[in-house]
Design a protein around this ligand. Structure first.
Ligand SMILES: NC(=O)c1ccc[n+]([C@@H]2O[C@H](COP(=O)([O-])OP(=O)(O)OC[C@H]3O[C@@H](n4cnc5c(N)ncnc54)[C@H](O)[C@@H]3O)[C@@H](O)[C@H]2O)c1
Length: 765
């Protein structure tokens, strides 16, 4: 055996290949090697390396191959040829990504999905029943089915590499773990920890998995393969006897639900499950059935911390899990979440320009950057740079502004420190990456500058002009403007091609979307660089045209504006917010107005009114609230009043209706009317955005609204929701409201045409 990990890993792996499928030149996913000679005991190793793919996943073809491999191992096992087996991945950074999501997406009925789940489970049951110990060596991501294979193995050994992670993210695509995860995980780590992992889809590093009792060991990433073999040799007897090697879990620990005592009796366990159900309901208002189903599966299968189950009990538990998986996979919610997953995958592969052109641009990652302005956004952007390891200069015009910007970044890192996501050394290292400056020193060295000074065209133009003389010719410059014309700013530049918009949302560290704005003179190379840098910073970019409000604010404004108009008709502020929360929005519109700033909303409303005319006529109320000095959360009073510094505790501003000069009448407007009058204007404006080619596809509208406003992902996005209503219904409703309220509800030409021809926004709706 070759002990050099460089050659022992990968295609030229050491050891004698045992009639492996790869030997036959079939391009097989699995390679079986006999390492006995050098190991000194009957050790075999399987390497999973799916040809032509970056990650390993379980497709139907792979499952069929895996079955053959297991049959071979069963024969060898019975013949006493194998004492222990190591299972590893041949991919860098990935162990197994899970089931092929295309396979789940393609299922049309719950029976079909149930059958797939049962097939996977039965295979893993056979894996679990192999007559020798199996040890998975995880040195990358072990997700979903990868985690479930690990749970069916005798031991899980992970590397210390931060990329080695294990978890069950199935709820993120609207299903429950369906290859034994719901059955085996609680039996290994207790139900509170199992629920914590299954309900959130979070992943654990090797270190944390070992602490939770999920992994048997966490070994140094250097010479990992060698260390794994040594570990197996050292623990062979214990592995063979089936005794527990993993740390005893702190029952109730990671879930934070309850202490250990509760998990030990049926009433305690029922209590934990009840609490989990309540927690999910409070968080999701019941819109996401998968976490609830997962809880039910755990409950129905008698989940608890105990030795593994076998035989009939296992069979029944697995069957219940598969039924849960089948039921969930057939829901429209799962289909919507899967579409969203694929949309974000597309963004990962895209460069932001048409695919025929994207090959022309090879972009290097940005090594150092700068931001102009240390305000709310500038401070947030500098923090984001630092968080992603990009050293930066943050420039402002006063020391006081710089100090506020640094405090802003520090506060976010401090919160990560408190939550133990950073240690004190990392905290300091990250803060050290931001250099606050009052001049342009060091700007020649930067690859990228984001301008985030105050929202005034003349100031922006003069700042950008000055900046151009201070940076290299190949430095990209982007503006974070939320409402001004990028093309107009380009007029101030000698080389406008390298300039575009990079619209972050507030708060920068939380909001996942960046709108990449192409001005009249922005060249493709700049678009690609802004797009790629957005991804480098962990954001999801969409490319939009330079028109007032770009995409997200142009759609959000009619929503907020219409919600405000509803007050004139007697809507109750709290009822309004509750109704939209029930619809699935992350925040009610009135709360959102306070969050954005009543004055900011008022300003943007007028910009859009100027840009688009009568259909964007602002409701008269925001101006009244601003005039009364109620600016929203930022000064503690808006439509609500804020009772603590964090702004979390709030109650309705008691003076608000007097300021507005209206009387609320709870229940006067039906919930349907409230939802329709808030959401339909967004759909209507989105139809116009498509005609104006603000973005190219309905899918981009959906992605932008989910990532930029939190439009409920389970609905698949704004235009998936529109398709679920149908253009005919939408137009009928719009016309009804148009008769009452005028131009704000005038149906867009595209919608009228769609209604007439029975078309949908999405071709596959
Ligand atoms: N606040 C938001 O929610 C939000 C969201 C998205 C985009 N934006 C956009 O981001 C930009 C900044 O907004 P903000 O909310 O951070 O504003 P802010 O008022 O909090 O900060 C602006 C900063 O720019 C500084 N500044 C002014 N002139 C400067 C100059 N010549 N050089 C360097 N710094 C200068 C000011 O001193 C101030 O610190 C605006 O274009 C705004 O439209 C804001």
């Amino acid at each position: 055996m070759d002990l050099n990990p460089q050659t022992a890993h990968g295609a030229q792996g050491a050891g004698k290949s045992e009639g492996s499928m790869a030997d036959k030149g079939t391009g097989s996913a699995f390679r079986l090697e006999n390492l006995s000679q050098t190991a000194g005991f009957k050790l075999f190793r399987v390497t999973f390396d799916l040809p032509g793919e970056k990650v390993n996943k379980f497709s139907s073809a792979v499952i069929a191959e895996f079955e053959k491999l297991i049959a071979d191992l069963e024969t060898k096992g019975k013949a006493g040829e194998i004492e222990a087996l190591v299972f590893r991945s041949g991919k860098t950074g990935n162990f197994i990504a899970g089931a092929d999501i295309n396979m789940i997406a393609a299922t049309k009925t719950s029976e079909e999905a149930y059958t797939i789940s049962r097939m996977g489970q039965k295979l893993l049951d056979r894996w679990e029943d192999l007559p020798f110990p199996t040890v998975v060596a995880i040195n990358g991501t072990a997700m979903g089915g990868g985690c479930e294979l690990s749970l069916a193995s005798s031991a899980i050994v992970m590397s210390t590499d931060s990329g080695a992670r294990i978890g069950l993210p199935e709820v993120n695509i609207g299903v429950v773990p369906g290859m034994g995860g719901c059955v085996r995980l609680p039996r290994k780590v207790g139900i509170a920890t199992a629920l914590d992992l299954i309900l959130t889809g979070k992943t654990l590093t090797g270190d944390r998995a070992a602490k939770a009792g999920l992994a048997e060991a966490c070994l140094a990433k250097e010479n990992f393969d060698v260390a794994v073999e040594a570990w197996v040799k050292q623990n062979l007897k214990r592995l063979q006897s089936g005794e527990r090697i993993a740390k005893e879990p702190k029952l109730g620990g990671a879930g934070g639900l309850v202490g250990s005592a509760l998990e030990k009796n049926p009433f305690g366990r029922a209590f934990i499950l009840k609490k989990a159900r309540e927690g999910v309901m409070a968080k999701t208002r019941g819109h996401y059935p998968a976490p609830l189903e997962a809880i039910q599966v755990l409950s129905d299968t008698g989940a608890k911390y105990e030795p593994k189950i076998r035989g009939r009990e296992r069979e029944e538990a697995m069957d219940r899990e598969a039924r849960g998986f089948g039921k969930m996979a057939a829901t429209s919610i799962s289909k919507n979440l899967i579409r969203l997953f694929f949309l974000t995958e597309q963004v990962k592969k895209s460069k932001g320009v048409s695919s025929s052109k994207s090959g022309e641009f090879k972009t290097e990652p940005v090594r150092s950057a700068a931001v102009l302005g240390a305000g709310v956004m500038g401070g947030g952007i500098a923090q984001l740079y630092a968080d992603k390891g990009v050293p930066s200069r943050m420039k402002d015009i006063t020391a006081n502004a710089l100090s506020l910007g640094m405090q802003h970044a520090q506060k976010i890192f401090q919160s990560a420190l408190k939550k133990k996501r950073l240690n004190p050394r990392q905290f300091q290292q990250k803060m050290n990456l931001i250099a606050p400056v009052l001049d342009y020193s060091g700007f020649r060295g930067v690859d990228f500058v984001v301008e985030a000074v105050i929202e005034k065209m003349e100031i922006k133009k003069s700042v950008i002009k000055e900046l151009e003389g201070q940076v290299r010719d190949d430095c990209v410059i982007a503006t974070n403007t939320s409402s001004l014309s990028v093309s107009e700013m380009q007029k101030a530049m000698a080389k406008p091609g390298r300039f575009g918009g990079m619209h972050f949302f507030n708060p920068v560290h939380r909001m996942p979307l960046v709108e990449v704005i192409r001005g009249d003179k922005t060249d493709d190379e700049a678009v690609v660089k802004i797009y790629q840098f957005s991804k480098q910073l962990g954001k999801t970019p969409i490319v939009v045209k330079d028109r007032p409000g770009f995409l997200v604010n142009r759609l959000l404004m009619p929503y907020l504006n219409e919600a405000t108009w509803l007050l004139a008709d007697g809507a109750d502020i709290k009822e309004l917010d509750e109704t939209l929360l029930d619809f699935g929005m992350p925040m009610g519109p009135m709360e959102l107005i306070d969050e954005v700033g009543v004055d900011v909303g008022e300003k943007v409303a007028h910009i859009l009114h100027d840009g688009f005319g009568a259909r964007m006529e602002p409701a008269p109320f925001n101006a009244k609230i601003v005039a009364a000095g109620r600016l929203g959360k930022k000064n503690g009073k808006g439509l609500y009043q804020y009772l603590d510094a964090s702004g979390k505790k709030k109650e309705l501003n008691p003076e608000i209706y007097a300021i507005l000069g209206v009387q609320p009448q709870k229940g006067k407007l039906s919930r349907e009317e409230i939802v329709d009058r808030c959401i339909l204007p967004m759909i209507n404006e989105a139809a116009r955005c498509l005609d104006d080619q603000i973005v190219e596809t309905p899918a981009e509208v959906d992605l932008g609204m989910i990532m930029g406003t939190g439009f409920p992902p389970f609905r698949g996005g704004l235009l998936r929701y529109a398709d679920s209503l149908g253009a005919k219904t939408i137009v009928e409703k719009l016309k009804k409201y148009q008769a009452k309220f005028g131009a704000r509800y005038e149906p867009a030409p595209r919608l009228l045409q769609m209604a007439e021809k029975g078309q949908t926004f999405h071709k596959d709706a």
